[in-house]
Ligand binder design. Structure first.
Ligand code: 4AD
Ligand code: MG
Length: 440
């Protein structure tokens, strides 16, 4: 028999032929003369119906057990599915006692509940959909960059720099055989690949990286993880922040369109059952041009608001999640770029606008509904004399044909939260790491 994935079987491939499928039982129904199983193998949200004569019935065929089935694919007489597999062999490859299994058949459990079972949540519809969407979104993002002439750079995971200067580093402490520090210098897990991209942007006008980043943020928030995936791009010969905001908006829309086209069923599961109502929010994001306001305008809007904030706002303060969410609502739930933050709020690399009396940097954050900050970026300070004052170490990058450039980082998990409407970032990553938690 030909081995088929269940998505292939459901598309009608190999109709009438002898095939073999493998997967996990999602439901069992025993009748007098027949046995009906639904088997899922992760290739699709849908399960394949297996019909078998009761002589193949086995008490080990239970919810959760792993099975291998051979038989003939036929058109199904039932409305619900177009095809079913008429089994002539059923083999239980892995037993499962359904009484011990934490998820019950046909019950819809909350994302919060299934999060307690990091080894089993991939067996639920919602989380397996999430993982297929996450995989497709990765492809979508890589395709966007490929189509737009960006070269992918594998920036290192271990580094000696603290790019953001926020001191949220995980130190890598390894000793060599002599008991000395392995790298001779203090080494850390990367918080951002930006500085390595900046190096490459001295030879490539468009580069990007997409990998894990690490921050020891002691935050139990719904949008921070200790390990998250970041998409970072760097563009040389930039004129203004518009060169970056255009890439961010195009990337968001193009990747999302791709996901909607290739994972329609999985996305629908979220928009209909997990986060109902979110589809309308997403449709608005996709249809409308993103807005642009300056930080000063944002502060105006916030100080005119009648809403009481836990953190009061005044020019110079950093925007908190509550402020970011308010601004997005105020803008009609359309993603909004906030530009030109106070110089002192941004890392050393942000380009000085040299303005007066409000001293700002050419930095931009993209704020989106439900999440707040999705991207952070800036033009980079390429002027040696201005940088010298700020950081000695950064200087050598500017000595050999330095051109205006800029870039941004997009938090991949926050992107998934944004398109799916998922409230907690721990529900969009296979194995979340955050303070006091490193399960599995
Ligand atoms: O704003 P951030 O800190 O910017 C940088 O790291 C720049 N060096 C990027 C660049 O210009 N190349 O981080 C970028 C994005 C944030 O907007 C947010 O979406 C996400 O990364 N992010 C996190 N996501 C999950 N958990 C955390 N702890 C995150 N910290 C940042
Ligand atoms: Mg930021």
């Amino acid at each position: 028999p030909t081995k088929l994935r269940i998505s292939e079987a459901l598309s009608g491939a190999k109709l009438g032929e002898n095939v073999k499928v493998q997967g996990w039982i999602r439901s069992v129904r025993r009748q007098k003369s027949n046995l009906f199983l639904h088997v899922n193998d992760g290739s699709s949200l849908q399960s394949l119906q297996i019909v078998a004569g009761s002589q193949l019935s086995d008490p080990l065929l239970t919810f959760g057990s792993a099975v291998e089935v051979t038989g003939v694919l036929k058109e199904s007489p039932h409305q619900k599915q177009p095809f079913e597999l008429e089994a002539d062999q059923l083999h239980v490859a892995g037993e499962c006692n359904p009484m011990d299994f934490p998820f019950k058949i046909k019950e819809r459990h909350s994302l919060e509940y299934i999060r307690q079972f990091p080894h089993l949540r991939c067996r639920t519809n919602a989380f397996s959909s999430l993982l297929r969407i996450r995989s497709e979104a990765t492809t979508a993002i890589n395709s966007y960059f490929k189509e737009n002439g960006f070269v992918q750079i594998h920036t290192p995971v271990i580094t000696s720099n603290d790019c953001e200067g926020a001191g949220e580093l995980f130190q890598v402490e390894v000793k060599n055989e002599e008991g000395e520090n392995f790298f001779s210098v203090p080494a850390f897990l990367t918080v951002s690949g930006q500085l390595h991209l900046e190096v490459m942007s001295g030879a490539f006008t468009r580069v990007y990286t997409f990998g894990p980043t690490f921050r020891a943020e002691n935050s139990q928030s719904r949008r921070h993880l200790a390990e998250f995936y970041m998409v970072e791009a760097e563009v040389s010969f930039t004129q203004s922040l518009e060169d970056l905001t255009k890439v961010m908006e195009d990337l968001f829309k193009s990747a999302t369109e791709h996901v909607l086209a290739h994972c329609a069923e999985d996305v629908d599961l979220f928009h209909k059952h997990v986060t109902p109502g979110h589809r309308d929010t997403l449709d608005v994001m996709m249809k409308r041009r993103f807005l642009v306001i300056t930080y000063s305008e944002a502060i105006d809007i916030l100080s005119r608001s009648s809403q009481k904030f836990a953190f009061p706002t005044n020019w110079g303060c950093d925007l908190q999640t509550e402020h970011e969410k308010y601004l997005v609502k105020h803008c009609g739930n359309i993603p909004v770029f906030v530009t030109d933050y106070p110089y002192d709020l941004k890392p050393f690399y942000a380009r000085d606008n040299q303005d007066n009396p409000a001293h700002t940097a050419a930095a931009v954050d993209l704020l989106v509904p439900g999440v707040g900050e999705l991207c952070g970026g800036s033009l980079r300070e390429e002027r040696l004399d201005l940088l010298r004052a700020r950081l000695e170490e950064y200087l050598d990058l500017r000595r050999f044909g330095s051109v205006p450039h800029g870039g941004f980082g997009l938090g991949f998990e926050r992107y998934l939260q944004c398109i799916l409407g998922v409230d907690n970032i721990k529900d969009v990553i296979p194995f979340p790491r955050f303070s006091n938690s490193c399960l599995l």
